[in-house]
Design a protein around this ligand. Structure first.
Ligand SMILES: Nc1nc2c(ncn2[C@@H]2O[C@H](COP(=O)(O)OP(=O)(O)O)[C@@H](O)[C@H]2O)c(=O)[nH]1
Ligand SMILES: [Mg+2]
Length: 166
């Protein structure tokens, strides 16, 4: 596929673990120090999102992408993205909640956090431990428009996949 996604989010949010699941990499996620290009998805260090000095790197990398994936860790109340962050990046937005399996996960709170970041787009709730939600991500990155992503969500009857429309 020609479409490409960049994944961004806090340090330890579960970005690399998620990508390993998506590309079938068995290695345990090590700390991500630089951009990691895979076939259709690009991993970024959490510092890119946590430190505003790196926003220009996010912007520069996003030029080559069709999609940007905003990751929210379900186990943290910490808001890592500035409000409306996605509105400054003119690419298709996908929200992903990670660690849905964790004992201290709060999925509702995570969705609310992503709603403050994204204007619209799908939100996928995932667990790398239970292998849930993850399979929705590649088909969403295959979509070329918000309309296509919305259709995909509407065709899929799963509470772990929602569509945010404002
Ligand atoms: N319980 C649980 N832990 C996870 C999940 N995904 C990642 N983790 C853990 O979160 C930590 C950080 O993961 P990592 O992928 O390195 O995060 P990154 O810094 O965003 O790339 C690791 O200890 C992972 O094992 C998940 O779905 N469930
Ligand atoms: Mg990483």
């Amino acid at each position: 596929m020609n479409n490409k996604a960049m994944i961004i989010g806090a340090i330890d949010a579960g970005k690399t673990t998620l990508i390993n699941e998506l590309v079938g990499n068995d290695a345990k996620a090590a700390k991500t120090q630089t951009l990691q290009y895979h076939q259709w998805i690009v991993d970024t260090p959490g510092e890119y999102t946590e430190n505003p000095l790196f926003y220009k790197n996010i912007m520069a990398t996003s030029f080559q992408m069709t999609h940007v994936i905003y990751v929210q860790d379900a186990t943290t109340i910490k808001n890592i993205f500035p409000p409306g962050f996605a509105s400054g990046i003119p690419k298709l937005s996908i929200g992903v909640v990670t660690k849905a399996d964790a004992e201290d996960a709060n999925i509702e709170r995570s969705i609310e956090q992503l709603k403050k970041v994204m204007i619209r787009g799908p939100i996928v709730v995932t667990s790398a431990v239970h292998k849930r939600g993850i399979d929705y991500i590649k088909p969403l990155v295959n979509c070329r428009t918000y309309e296509e992503m919305k259709q995909f969500v509407e065709q899929t009857d799963d509470a772990y996949l929602i569509y945010l429309d404002k």
